[in-house]
Design a protein around this ligand. Structure first.
Ligand code: GLY
Length: 368
C-alpha cells in the first residue's frame, strides 16, 4: 500500500492507495469510526458492486451501517439531494466529530463532501473513491459542490476529507470507457508538470489500463502525490498553482456544454481532448513546439481517447464554443484564465488570452 500525506496546514490527512482496502475498512478508519452507527452515502451502481463488502466489514466489527443509496449520475449533485441528504444525516444525529463515508465516484464524493461541509457548520468525512477519476483527482483536495440550473459545480465549498481510501480492486469492475476517461486525469499530471511521468505514461499507460496491478498502483499513487503537493501549496486556488490542475478543462468545459453534459462525452474524455486543444493552441501561439503538441495528441489517441474535434460531430462553430467558455466559473472580471503550455510538463496560467483568437483557433480545429 502507498500512503501519501496531504500536508494541509492544521488539517493534514492521508491518501492510502492499495488493493483490499474495502474489506479492511474498519482497521483503515481506526478511531475515526467512534460510534456504532456509520452513515454511508453511495449510488445504486456502486452499492450493487461493493455494498455487501462494506456492509460485512462494518457489521463484523460491531458497527451498524446506515446506507443512503442515491441514483447514479450528475443529476444527483442537486439542491434537492443536498437538502435530503443533510436532513438524513441530521435524522441520524451525526455530530461534528463523526465521520460520514462517501463511497463512490466524483458525484458521490462532491455531494457528500458538501453535505459534510455544511452539516452543523462542518463534520468529518472520509472519501472512498470508486472510479479512477475520483481516485486520482476529485477525492483529494477538498473541492465539494453541487450543480444548479446555471451550471456545474457553481455552488460548493472547500472542505477537506479526514482520510482517502483508494482501493485499487474497484478499478477492476469499472466499464472500460470510464477507466479510459479517468486516465485523462492521470496523464494530465505528466502534461502539466512532469515530463518524466508523461514518458512513463507513453510506455506504461496501455498496460496499466489493461489491468497490471503494480502499474495501477504506481499511476494512482504518483498522480495523488502530484495533486497532494499542489493542494498543500495552494489549497484555495488563490496563487495560481492549483489552477494548473485545470489544464484542458476550459476547452473541455465548452465541449461538455455543447454535448449537454451527457454520456455523449464523459468529463475525462472532454479533458483529454481539451488538453490536446490547449497544447495545439499553445503551439499555434508559438509557445510550445508543434511536435510536442502532436506528441501529446498521439498519446491521447493511442489510449482510445479523442484527439480531434471533428470526431465529436458538433454542429456548431468556434463562436458557440467560446460562448460556453464565458460561463466558466473561472471567469474573472471579464477575463478567462487559460492553462497553456511551453512544452510537455510545462503548463502555466495565461490571463491575457484573446478570446477572438481562440474563436479562430476553434474554427480551424473544427475544420481539421
Ligand atoms: N480538480 C481540480 C482541483 O481539484 O483543483
Amino acid at each position: 500500500m502507498a500512503v501519501i500525506p496531504v500536508d494541509i496546514a492544521g488539517r493534514p490527512y492521508e491518501v492510502r492507495v492499495g488493493a483490499g482496502l474495502l474489506p479492511d475498512l474498519v482497521a483503515q478508519c481506526g478511531a475515526r469510526l467512534r460510534k456504532a452507527a456509520v452513515p454511508i452515502v453511495t449510488d445504486v451502481n456502486v452499492h450493487a458492486q461493493w455494498g455487501a463488502v462494506v456492509d460485512t466489514a462494518l457489521r463484523a466489527a460491531g458497527h451498524e451501517p446506515h446506507w443512503r443509496i442515491l441514483p447514479a449520475g450528475e443529476q444527483t449533485k442537486s439542491w434537492q439531494e443536498l437538502a435530503a441528504t443533510v436532513d438524513w444525516l441530521l435524522g441520524l444525529e451525526v455530530e461534528r466529530g463523526d465521520h460520514v463515508l462517501a463511497l463512490g465516484g466524483g458525484v458521490i464524493g462532491d455531494l457528500t463532501g458538501f453535505c459534510a461541509a455544511i452539516l452543523k457548520r462542518g463534520c468529518n468525512f472520509i472519501q472512498i473513491p470508486t472510479s479512477l477519476l475520483a481516485q486520482v483527482d476529485s477525492s483529494v483536495g477538498g473541492k465539494t459542490a453541487i450543480n444548479t440550473a446555471a451550471g456545474k459545480n457553481l455552488v460548493g465549498a472547500f472542505h477537506q476529507p479526514s482520510l482517502v481510501l483508494a482501493d485499487l480492486d474497484v478499478l477492476g469492475t469499472l466499464p472500460e470507457r470510464e477507466l479510459r476517461a479517468g486516465y485523462a486525469e492521470v496523464v494530465k499530471y505528466g502534461l502539466l508538470g512532469d515530463a518524466a511521468f508523461f514518458d512513463w505514461c507513453e510506455q506504461n499507460g496501455a498496460a496499466m489500463l489493461a489491468g497490471d496491478a503494480a502499474l495501477r498502483e504506481y499511476a494512482v499513487a504518483h498522480s495523488v502525490s502530484a495533486k497532494a503537493r499542489v493542494v498543500a501549496d495552494d489549497e484555495f486556488e488563490r496563487t495560481g498553482t492549483r489552477a494548473l490542475l485545470n489544464l484542458g478543462h476550459t476547452f473541455g468545459h465548452a465541449l461538455e456544454a455543447q454535448t449537454g453534459f451527457s454520456d455523449r462525452l464523459l468529463h475525462g474524455e472532454a479533458v483529454a481532448l481539451g488538453m490536446v486543444l490547449a497544447a495545439r493552441y499553445s503551439a499555434r501561439k508559438g509557445l510550445m513546439p508543434p511536435e510536442e503538441a502532436e506528441r501529446a495528441a498521439r498519446h491521447i489517441e493511442s489510449m482510445g481517447l479523442q484527439a480531434r474535434l471533428p470526431s465529436l460531430g458538433l454542429n456548431c462553430d468556434g463562436r458557440v464554443l467560446v460562448g460556453h467558455m464565458l460561463h466558466d466559473k473561472k471567469m474573472d472580471a471579464g477575463t478567462l484564465p487559460f492553462v497553456l503550455m511551453r512544452g510537455i510538463g510545462q503548463a502555466f496560467l495565461d490571463r491575457q488570452v484573446d478570446l477572438a483568437d481562440v474563436t479562430v483557433f476553434m474554427d480551424e480545429e473544427l475544420a481539421r
